[in-house]
Design a protein around this ligand. Structure first.
Ligand SMILES: Cc1cc2nc3c(=O)[nH]c(=O)nc-3n(C[C@H](O)[C@H](O)[C@H](O)COP(=O)(O)OP(=O)(O)OC[C@H]3O[C@@H](n4cnc5c(N)ncnc54)[C@H](O)[C@@H]3O)c2cc1C
Length: 451
C-alpha cells in the first residue's frame, strides 16, 4: 500500500494504531483457504465511531478493501483478497456503555467479548443468552455479523432475537442508526434484521443495543453416554416430544469423545459411541421435575452412564468438555474443516447415518458434534490440506454432505463452499450489496460475490 495512504490512516487513528510490520500482518493472514498465503497490507485499530467513519470514507475513495475483524475466532473467516487491503480491528472499541435494567437492554461497543458482557449483566440478575461456544474469544460485533446460533438456541433463539438496534458505519463512511430500545421500532424495511448476519459485507457495527433476559433461578446439567448414535438421536426426539425444552441439548460422537479424551469428566468413557449434554434451566420446581423426567428418558433409551451436575463447579466441568471440542479436534491432524449441517429435527438421525457412510466412502475422518436439539450438526473433517488426496476426499465429502442436507430439507454451509442461493436470491443479495457498497470494499470476497 502507498505510504501516503498509510500516513493518512495514521492521521485518523494515530500511527501506533496502524500496524504494518510483516510479523504482525502474518498473524492476520487468510486462514480460510487451505494453502493460502494472502496477507493484509495493514491493520487499523480505530477507537470510536468517528474514526471508523473516516477510515471507511478514505478506503472507499481509494477503493481499498476493508475486512472488519473482532476476535478472529470465526470458522468462516472472511478471506483476504489477492490485492491486499486492510483489517479493521475493532478490539479497542470494547466498552459496555449502558446496562438498562428497567428496559432489559444493554448498549455496547462491537469489541466487547461475550463473556465480559454476560459476567457484567449477571451482577444485575440478568443474562445475555447467545453462547456460541467461544464466549471468551467472540466479540458481540462478530456474533451479530454472523447471527451466531448458540448452545442455548433451543430455548432462547439465535443472536438475531437479541439485537434491538445498531449503529452502523456504511462503506462510504455514513453513519446509520437502526432500531432502538422500543420493542417495536420499525415500519417498512427492518434494517436491523438486514444487517444482522451480513458478515461484515454491508457495514461496520460500532454500537449494538442488545436485549437481556432475567437469569434463571437454577440450572442443572446431565451428560449421558450411549452405545449407538441412533439411541442418542432417538433420545433427543423423545425429550422434545415430551414437551421438555432444555436450554441446551448437545451431541458428541465417538471421534469427538476420543479427541477430548482426558478432558472428559471423570467416569465418562471416550469409547462410547455418542454422548448428550443436556442443560435444564428455570425455576427450581420445574427444573427438578424436568431433570427427573429427562433422566428417566435417558435410562429407558439405554444410556450407559449418566452424570448429573448441579453446583457451578460440576456444571462447568461438563461444559468444559463441550468447549474443548475444537481445540481437541485440531490436535488430530493439521486442519479441521467445520461445516453447519442444519436439518429438520426429525431428520437428524438420517443425517448422522448418512454422514458416517460418506466418511467411509471417501476414507475421511468426520467428527460430528453440535446443537442436536435444534437440528444443527457440525460435521468436522479432520485432514491435511497439503496432501492432495486428503484435500480432494475432504471436498468430495463436503459436496456429498451438502447435497444430502438439501435432500433432507435442510441447509449446509462451510468455508469451503460457494453460496448455494438460487438465482433470484443471489440477485437480491447482490442488489443489496452493490447498493450499499458500490465499490465492493467491505469483505469483498464473501460468499455473496463468489456466487
Ligand atoms: C469452537 C467454536 C465454536 C463455535 N460454535 C458456534 C456455534 O455453535 N454457533 C455459531 O453460530 N457459531 C459458532 N462459532 C462461530 C462463532 O460464531 C464465531 O467464532 C464468533 O461469533 C465470531 O466472533 P469474532 O469476534 O471472533 O468475529 P470475527 O471472526 O473477527 O469476525 C466474524 C465475521 O464478522 C465480521 N465482523 C466482526 N466484527 C464486525 C463488526 N463490528 N461489524 C461488522 N462486521 C464484523 C467479520 O468481518 C467476519 O465476517 C464457533 C466458533 C468456534 C471457534
Amino acid at each position: 500500500m502507498r505510504q501516503d495512504l498509510i500516513d493518512a490512516f495514521s492521521k485518523i487513528v494515530g500511527a501506533e494504531h496502524v500496524l504494518t510490520g510483516k510479523e504482525k500482518l502474518l498473524d492476520y493472514a487468510d486462514a480460510a483457504t487451505p494453502g493460502s498465503s494472502r496477507i493484509p497490507d495493514a491493520i487499523i485499530e480505530p477507537a470510536n465511531t468517528a474514526e471508523v467513519s473516516q477510515v471507511l470514507a478514505l478506503a472507499n475513495a481509494e477503493k481499498i478493501s476493508v475486512f472488519p475483524r473482532g476476535y478472529g475466532s470465526s470458522v468462516y473467516k472472511a478471506g483476504i483478497s489477492a490485492s491486499g487491503g486492510v483489517i479493521l480491528l475493532l478490539k479497542r472499541m470494547n466498552s459496555i456503555l449502558e446496562i438498562d435494567t428497567a428496559n432489559l437492554a444493554a448498549t455496547i461497543e462491537p469489541g466487547v467479548l461475550i463473556a465480559d458482557l454476560d459476567r457484567e449483566v449477571h451482577k444485575s440478575g440478568l443474562m445475555f443468552p447467545p453462547d456460541p461456544g467461544t464466549l471468551s474469544t467472540a466479540t458481540i460485533g462478530g456474533l451479530v455479523s454472523q447471527n451466531a446460533t448458540s448452545m442455548r438456541s433451543l430455548k432462547y433463539g439465535s443472536t438475531k432475537h437479541y439485537v434491538m438496534g445498531l449503529e452502523i458505519v456504511l462503506a462510504d463512511g455514513r453513519i446509520l442508526n437502526t432500531g432502538g430500545k422500543n420493542v417495536k421500532d420499525v415500519a417498512g424495511y427492518d434494517l436491523t434484521k438486514l444487517m444482522t448476519g451480513s458478515e461484515g459485507s454491508l457495514g461496520v457495527f460500532t454500537k449494538i443495543i442488545v436485549k437481556l433476559m432475567p437469569a434463571p433461578e437454577t440450572v442443572k446439567c446431565l451428560l449421558a453416554t450411549f452405545d449407538s448414535l441412533e439411541k442418542a438421536s432417538k433420545t433427543v426426539e423423545t425429550i422434545l416430544g415430551d414437551k421438555i425444552v432444555p436450554s441446551a441439548l448437545e451431541l458428541f460422537d465417538n471421534i469427538t469423545l476420543r479427541a477430548i479424551g482426558s478432558e472428559l469428566p471423570a467416569g465418562l468413557s471416550p469409547d462410547a459411541a455418542a454422548a448428550l449434554l443436556i442443560e435444564i434451566d428455570g425455576i427450581q420446581t420445574v427444573v427438578d421435575s424436568n431433570t427427573d423426567k429427562t433422566t428417566a428418558i435417558l435410562q429407558s433409551h439405554g444410556a450407559a452412564k449418566i452424570l448429573t451436575a448441579q453446583t457451578d463447579e460440576e456444571i462447568n466441568a461438563l461444559w468444559s468438555a463441550r468447549r474443548a471440542i475444537l481445540p481437541s479436534l485440531s490436535k488430530l491432524n493439521s486442519a479441521v474443516l467445520i461445516a453447519d449441517a442444519i436439518v429438520p429435527r426429525s431428520k437428524t438421525s438420517n443425517m448422522l447415518t448418512a454422514i458416517a457412510s460418506i466418511a467411509a466412502k471417501n476414507n475421511t475422518t468426520i467428527a460430528v458434534f453440535g446443537h442436536i436439539g435444534d437440528g444443527i450438526l457440525h460435521p468436522a473433517i479432520v485432514y491435511n490440506p497439503a496432501d492432495k488426496n486428503e484435500l480432494s476426499q475432504a471436498a468430495n465429502s463436503i459436496n456429498a454432505m451438502s447435497a444430502l442436507a438439501l435432500t433432507l430439507g435442510g441447509k449446509f454451509s462451510s468455508s469451503y463452499q460457494k453460496d448455494t442461493s438460487g438465482p433470484a436470491e443471489m440477485y437480491a443479495k447482490q442488489a443489496i450489496k452493490l447498493s450499499l457498497d458500490p465499490n465492493n470494499i467491505l469483505n469483498p470476497i464473501t460468499r455473496i460475490k463468489e456466487g
